[in-house]
Design a protein. Structure first.
Length: 78
């Protein structure tokens, strides 16, 4: 019997967590580190940076989803 895989994270199918933290980014990155096994955890310091990260995560995937994410971030930063 083989050992179970202890890391189930797969960038192709696992969701992402994007943290926007103008202050205390290091602390929040440490706190959210427990989710890194199952999520792509990214920390940013501004809405603009979060939008860049979101675009890189979504990539060339579903255009409707990509547009919704970018609109949400844009509205949030206003």
């Amino acid at each position: 019997m083989s050992e179970p895989d202890t890391c189930s994270y797969d960038r192709r199918v696992n969701p992402s967590i994007v943290i926007v933290a103008p202050g205390h980014a290091d602390t929040l990155t440490d706190e959210f580190g427990r989710y890194a096994r199952d999520y792509d955890v990214r920390t940013t310091t501004s809405v603009g940076e979060a939008e860049e990260v979101a675009r890189s995560i979504v990539g060339t995937g579903d255009e409707e989803f990509h547009t919704a994410v970018c609109e949400l971030l844009s509205d949030w930063g206003s």
